[in-house]
Design a protein around this ligand. Structure first.
Ligand code: NAD
Length: 481
């Protein structure tokens, strides 16, 4: 077999310098999907050098911002045209249902479209210096070379939230997707190459985080590292980045409360609670993993949740009757299994789930939708992210207790409030310490609205105007005329 050349460095597709490779396998059935290059730290160093040199040559930053925006719109069009290939590749790597990958691809095109449209709008501003002899203005410049590190749950979507604003701002970058899910990043680089992005502007390295990713945080030639992933990795990256005082953007995990008041639309809240907890097998940073239900309806709500969760059909990603798919890996399923076991040891009651897929599904890493109740405050099931199809149920009475429970976490990514009382939902929403609050809904997000976390859920924001601002430096030019 020939050595794959799937690293994209300085405008060329190259193999790892030591010939290293990695097999990518479909978590739904263990089938081989691809063999890709496994970058060494030196390969990442070469990619950083290419991005540095491209930034210093200044070709991309010199393209007028509205034209950079037009380029992003062409990327969006290309993604729409190649949607089927991208969605198929994403599904093979992640095991997520094809229909979910298709939605991801639409969202990715929408992200490029949004940043394409706003790229030319941030032309700077005149500042009133209070003195007619002074002309003072702010210019927004690209931050420079960006290290972009993405996770496996929404591989290309999370990368797109970084690539699109980085290019809109005029930056160059090195992307390192999760070692488990590289395929759509490879396709993405091909799109950027086909559309004629200047050499070295976009670079791709693949491989293990501690080897291929670490230099992006450590190198003095990287000006900003933008990371999406787990809290522990985020801390490592922030600490490494501190060595060169580079800018850091972190999108970390969540332990997201879903608060249902007794006066909520019961059926809508129930449908959404199931989706919030179990879509993509709960491997979603904003999963509604903590259901907090008001006492008068708690028993009925939980009983119906359990009954509906038991009926969710697990199956392969191309099985159109399946409602949920596998976890990403054996190691991750072991982690979720241990999490549920520990919850039970700490006194939680397993209402349903807690089992692996059987029969045909034994080839993959399936874990049944799981509901836990009787969960003690302060126990690990309420504090730690499972990142799997596991939801805990807590109960409360009244707004104050709802807010106290919902905020009783060091995370702060997202949360939801369900009630037919508009005043109550607004009051509670304002008191919740989370980056996104949904009222009578769960999960929608908009590319034009900032996304990010309070507390240990992260630093900085993606999407929206702030998401572009992360990739810009504000420069004050003061002229004494
Ligand atoms: P992870 O932290 O294990 O890995 C994320 C990425 O970091 C991967 O590309 C990995 O290779 C890389 N990495 C690992 N160690 C590194 C190091 N020392 N230096 C540089 N890079 C390194 O996370 P994961 O398991 O891929 O993703 C799951 C986590 O991501 C969950 O905690 C989830 O909540 C979080 N997440 C957050 C958001 C958000 O928007 N806040 C979105 C998606 C996922």
């Amino acid at each position: 077999m020939t050595t794959p050349a799937t690293l994209f460095i300085d405008g060329a597709w190259v193999p790892a310098s030591d010939g290293g490779t990695r097999e990518i396998r479909n978590p739904a059935d263990g089938e081989l999907v691809a063999v890709v290059s496994e970058a060494t730290a030196q390969d990442t160093g070469k990619a950083i050098a290419a991005a540095r040199s491209a930034f210093d040559r200044g070709e991309w930053a010199a393209v007028p911002a509205p034209e950079r925006g037009d380029f992003l719109l062409r990327v969006a069009a290309e993604l729409k045209a190649r949607k089927a290939d991208f969605a198929h590749a994403e599904t093979l790597d992640t095991g997520k249902r094809l229909v979910e990958s298709e939605i991801d691809m639409d969202d990715i095109a929408a992200c490029f479209t949004y940043f394409g449209k706003i790229a030319g709008q941030n032309a700077g501003r005149i500042v009133d210096a209070g003195n007619p002899e002074v002309v003072s203005r702010i210019e927004y410049e690209p931050v420079g070379v960006c290290g972009l590190i993405a996770p496996w749950n929404y591989p290309l979507l999370q990368a797109a939230w970084k690539i699109a604003p980085a290019l809109a701002a005029g930056c160059t970058f090195v992307l390192k997707p999760s070692e488990l899910t590289p395929s759509t990043s490879i396709l993405m680089m091909k799109v950027l190459e086909d559309l004629g992005l200047p050499r070295g502007t976009a670079n791709l390295v693949l491989g293990a985080g501690a080897v291929a990713g670490a230099p992006l945080a450590e190198s003095p030639d990287v000006d900003l590292v933008s990371f999406t992933g787990g809290v522990a990795t985020g801390k490592t990256i922030a600490a490494a980045a501190a060595g060169t005082v580079k800018k850091v953007a972190l999108e970390l995990g969540g332990k997201n409360p879903n608060v249902v008041f007794a006066d909520a639309d019961f059926d809508a809240a129930l449908d959404n609670a199931l989706n919030a907890a179990f879509v993509h097998s709960g491997q979603v940073c904003s999963a509604g993993a903590r259901l907090i239900v008001e006492e008068p309806i708690a028993e009925r709500f939980t009983a119906e949740l359990v009954s509906r969760a038991e009926q969710i059909r697990m199956g392969g990603p191309f099985d159109e009757t399946a409602e949920t798919g596998p976890l990403i890996s054996e190691a991750h399923r072991d982690k979720v299994t241990a999490y549920v076991k520990k919850a039970q040891e700490e006194g939680a009651r397993l209402r349903c789930g807690g089992t692996w897929g059987t029969g045909e599904l034994e080839k993959g890493y399936y874990y049944a939708p799981t509901v836990l109740d009787n969960v003690k405050r302060g126990s690990s099931a309420l504090l730690d992210e499972a990142f799997g199809p596991v939801v805990t149920v807590e109960t409360f009475n009244g707004e104050d207790e709802a807010v106290a429970l919902a905020n009783d976490t060091s995370y702060g990514l997202a949360g939801a409030v369900w009630s037919s009382d508009a005043g109550k939902t607004q009051r509670v929403a304002r008191r919740l310490r989370h980056g996104t609050i949904w009222i009578n809904d769960f999960h929608p997000y908009l590319p034009q609205a900032e996304w990010g976390g309070f507390g240990i859920s992260g630093v900085g924001r993606e999407l929206g105007p702030t998401g572009l601002g992360e990739y810009q430096e504000a420069k004050h030019i003061y002229q004494n005329i």
